[in-house]
Each structure stands twice: as structure tokens, then as C-alpha cells.
Design a protein around this ligand. Structure first.
Ligand SMILES: C[S@@+](CC[C@H](N)C(=O)[O-])C[C@H]1O[C@@H](n2cnc3c(N)ncnc32)[C@H](O)[C@@H]1O
Length: 232
């Protein structure tokens, strides 16, 4: 792939067929390659992926290791990684193109805006991997597993959908357990305070992101919560 500057990555994102960008958060529209406006809300499977496979979102995807890793494991699922950082998305998008993973795409936007780009019941699964922990109590609503974000996810998840959180941060893990168990519309299915101490884990859980590798190299333990959206 060679070394690229950030600006070169941004320019390439504008030409990649698997990257969609929202340039103005005040005007949430998505643009495909060559600045072509697109509206796939409610129709990602039919209009973009051209299949009827379930749709998984990876939120705060960074370089998209989860979308790529899951797509390598499951050819019959669609994946969209979402992040605001274009240079990180570039890495995932370039890898998906190089490996011909046509069921992987990326959206560059703010996670708060996802109900503008995805319709009610459109999303079958969400992975949130190593989100910023926002340790200060005054910023707790910015944690991606806080009540305002759960409210956002409910606008696009179909009943029965899974929500996964992977983190190295113990307070964030405990916060996630509290918010999810206090929410009548989610039920916690599994939670591990040390993923790699489990006697067996799924191949999905063994995927390691850029940040996960750093945390593991620093001797941190990895925590995981799997919950299901069951609206009452
Ligand atoms: C610590 S990194 C984790 C990246 C990746 N999941 C990993 O494990 O390597 C957190 C990511 O969240 C993204 N992010 C944070 N808040 C966001 C928001 N509101 N909307 C979109 N992306 C966000 C950042 O740009 C960053 O790439």
C-alpha cells in the first residue's frame, strides 16, 4: 500500500467506492466517490450491497479491524465501519478493496448522526470496540455506552439485534453493565472481565484492533459485554 500522508489518504477516500462521507454535520448528507450525493437510508442492503444479508455497524471503528475481521469470518453479512477520522477509515477501506471484501464499507461521520443515515430496524448488530472512556463524570454522556447513545442506537436496531462492547477500561465496562442492566430494552447475555481468561471464546471475540493490541502489549485485560436489544 505504501506510505501516504494524511492529505493523500483524504484524497483517496474521495475516490474509494467503499467510503461515504458527511462533510458538514449541520447538513447530514452522505457523499460517495467523486462527490456523488447518495441516500441509502433504509436501503443499504438493496441499493449499495445488492444483497439481503444482515447489516452490522462497527462504531468508532478506527482502522476498521472488526469490520474486516468479521467479514473474513462471515461472507454472508454486510459491515459498515463508522468513525470521524478519515485517515483511519482510509486504512480499513484500502484493505477491504485489496482483499476484495465487497461487503465492507465505511462512513465518515459523527456517531450521533447515525439515525440520519440508517432507518428504524435497519441494523442487525452493533460492535463498539475500545471507545474513548471519558473518565470524568461530567463527560459520562459522551461514553458510547451511555443512555443518550443507547437511545440513538434504538432508533436503528431491529428487535433481537446484538450490541457488543469491547474495552480495556474497567470503569467503562462497569458503567456499560450498569447502563445496559438499567435499560428495560436491553438484556445482557454475556459479560467477561477478562476475555482471554475464558476457557473458550468465539473467533469473533479474538479479533484484535489496533488499540486492543496496544492495550495487550501493556499488560491490560480486555473486557466484553454482549447484550440484546429487546424493546418492551
Ligand atoms: C480509541 S479509538 C478506537 C478505534 C478502534 N475501535 C480500535 O479499537 O482500534 C476511538 C475512535 O473513536 C472515534 N470517535 C470518537 N467519538 C466519535 C464520534 N462521536 N463519532 C465518530 N467517531 C468517534 C475516534 O475518531 C477514534 O478513531
Amino acid at each position: 500500500m505504501g506510505k501516504r500522508s494524511k492529505l493523500e489518504k483524504f484524497a483517496e477516500n474521495l475516490q474509494f467506492p467503499n467510503v461515504f462521507e458527511n462533510f458538514n454535520f449541520e447538513d447530514p448528507r452522505l457523499y460517495a466517490a467523486y462527490n456523488k450525493p447518495v441516500d441509502y437510508r433504509g436501503q443499504w442492503k438493496e441499493k449499495y450491497f445488492r444483497n439481503d444479508f444482515p447489516l452490522t455497524l462497527e462504531l468508532a471503528c478506527g482502522r476498521g479491524e472488526y469490520s474486516l475481521g468479521l467479514a473474513r469470518l462471515n461472507a454472508k453479512k454486510n459491515y459498515i465501519g463508522i468513525d470521524i477520522k478519515g485517515a483511519r477509515i482510509w486504512k480499513g477501506a484500502a484493505t477491504a478493496l485489496a482483499e476484495d471484501l465487497s461487503q465492507v464499507a465505511f462512513v465518515r461521520t459523527r456517531i450521533e448522526l447515525i439515525p440520519t443515515f440508517f432507518a428504524k430496524d435497519e441494523v442487525d448488530e452493533i460492535w463498539i470496540t475500545f471507545p474513548d472512556p471519558f473518565p470524568r463524570p461530567s463527560k459520562s454522556n459522551r461514553r458510547l455506552i451511555s443512555v443518550p447513545y443507547l437511545k440513538t442506537y434504538k432508533q436503528i436496531l431491529r428487535p433481537g439485534a446484538l450490541l457488543h462492547l469491547k474495552t480495556d477500561n474497567t470503569p467503562l465496562y462497569e458503567f456499560g453493565l450498569t447502563t445496559l442492566s438499567s435499560d428495560n430494552d436491553f438484556e445482557i447475555i454475556n459479560h467477561y472481565n477478562d476475555v482471554y481468561q475464558q476457557s473458550s471464546i468465539t473467533p469473533e471475540l479474538e479479533i484484535r484492533t489496533y488499540y486492543e493490541k496496544i492495550h495487550l502489549s501493556e499488560g491490560r485485560t480486555i473486557k466484553y459485554i454482549q447484550s440484546r436489544y429487546m424493546p418492551k
